[in-house]
Design a binder for this molecule. Structure first.
Ligand code: MTE
Ligand code: MO
Length: 389
């Protein structure tokens, strides 16, 4: 019901769920370019894609504990200073299938491509909040507003609370450096319906679930969002918690994602010639604006390691060389792509793991991070290649 007006999609996407539409690109597509083309960007939905074709009648309502309330048209939002920010969005469920293979988890299965890196264009949320009288770096408004809730129009299943919504702390929303956007452009084009047309939130450095698509209102609230996806989903629980003893209120909603890395080429099960040079490539990223310090790759199942070359915006860092320019010019909210050219002896197990700028490392095994909802699998990524027979 409600799925008769879905937009066209690229046939090369792997569909993980048809209704609602959830799909990811082939991993090899991700490493072709630093900026992910819109067609190859993963699509993650909890209901049908809303039909909002009439931009002229669109309004964004800003309500709640602010000195003023406001209703903005798309023209008014576009007339605010436009910012472009390169942000990698990653679903908390990225790599869930591998977690489920250890022990079953609940949720749509995802391979390693539930993420993408785009140039988002739009108004800064902090500029919009200034219009209702909330200045930059506000923790609490005079009337007690501490959270900013984004409310959408998509019809999620009734048991999941109707229209999708999520919140972030007011301090993050009003921090100009946090780069939270109300985006109407993706990669220089008007936002596509799948990604939130005409207006979506982009919150850098945290799980994709808070970047609400098709927003219709923003509410300044004394408490965090009480909706399903903030309170009864996207949380991590210890491995002894099961569906009978779970107490959702005992854990906080996920925000920052941890350091993550995956091998995009060669693909699992590839057949390789002995002694030939192989290009191993993938992505690495971390949450909270933390950069990637290093990517280590092993082609012998973890006995020995080599450092991969990282690239961001066409600037490469070869091992043993720290270029301060790279830090200065880097996109702090974006992934790095990496590669290593090496010979290997098939059959072989290739492993990649990253270290972020706060020295956080990834867990070696999925057991260490297993949780019943199957979120934030950032264990070492392995690819097994076979020998030509
Ligand atoms: N916003 C709405 N309104 N409805 C949704 O189902 N899914 C969220 C978020 N915003 C969702 C949403 C989740 S879980 C993710 S990971 C991202 O959107 C996915 O964004 P994308 O489809 O543009 O890649
Ligand atoms: Mo997600």
């Amino acid at each position: 019901k409600g799925y008769d007006d879905e937009p066209p999609r690229d046939p090369s996407l792997q569909i993980n769920s048809k209704e609602p539409f959830n799909a990811e690109p082939p991993p090899s597509a991700l490493v072709k370019s630093f900026i992910t083309p819109v067609e190859m960007f993963y699509k993650r939905n909890h209901g049908p894609i809303p039909v909002l074709t009439n931009q002229a009648s669109y309004r964004l309502e800003i309500t709640g504990l602010a000195p003023k309330t406001l209703s903005l048209s798309m023209d008014e939002i576009r007339s605010l200073e436009k910012h472009t920010v390169v942000v990698t969005l990653q679903c908390a469920g990225n790599r869930r299938t591998a977690m489920s293979q250890k022990r079953t988890v609940k949720g749509v299965g995802w391979g390693i491509a539930a993420l993408g890196n785009a140039v988002w264009g739009g108004a800064r949320l902090s500029d919009v909040l200034a219009l209702v009288g909330i200045p930059s770096y506000t923790k609490s408004t005079a009337s007690g507003g501490k959270h900013v809730e984004f409310i959408s129009v998509d019809q999620c299943p009734e048991e999941k609370g109707g229209p999708y919504r999520a919140s972030i702390p007011l301090f993050q929303a009003t921090d100009p450096e946090a780069d939270v956007l109300l985006a109407y452009e993706m990669n220089g084009q008007e936002l596509k319906r799948d990604h939130g047309y005409p207006l979506r939130v982009v919150v850098p450095g945290i799980i994709g679930a808070r970047s609400v698509k098709w927003i219709s209102s923003i509410d300044i609230s004394p408490i965090e969002c009480q909706g399903f996806f903030q309170q009864r989903d996207y949380k991590i629980f210890p491995p002894w918690v099961n569906w009978d003893n779970i107490v959702w209120s005992s854990r906080r909603p996920l925000m920052d994602f941890p350091v993550q890395c995956a091998i995009c080429t060669p693909s699992e099960g590839s057949i390789l010639k002995a002694g030939s040079v192989v290009k191993i490539s993938g992505y690495a990223l971390s949450g909270g604006g933390r950069g990637i310090e290093r990517v280590d790759v092993s082609v012998d199942g973890g006995h020995s390691w080599k450092e991969a070359t990282r690239t961001q915006k066409g600037v490469s860092t070869s091992s043993n060389l720290y270029i301060s320019d790279v830090e200065e010019n880097c996109d702090k909210w974006a992934w790095v792509l990496w590669e290593l050219n090496t010979t290997l002896a098939p059959p072989a197990t290739i492993i990649a793991k990253a270290v972020d700028s706060a020295a956080n490392v990834q867990p070696a095994t999925v057991e260490e991070v297993w949780n019943l909802r199957g979120v934030l699998n950032n264990s070492w990524h392995e690819v097994h290649v076979k020998a030509e027979s």
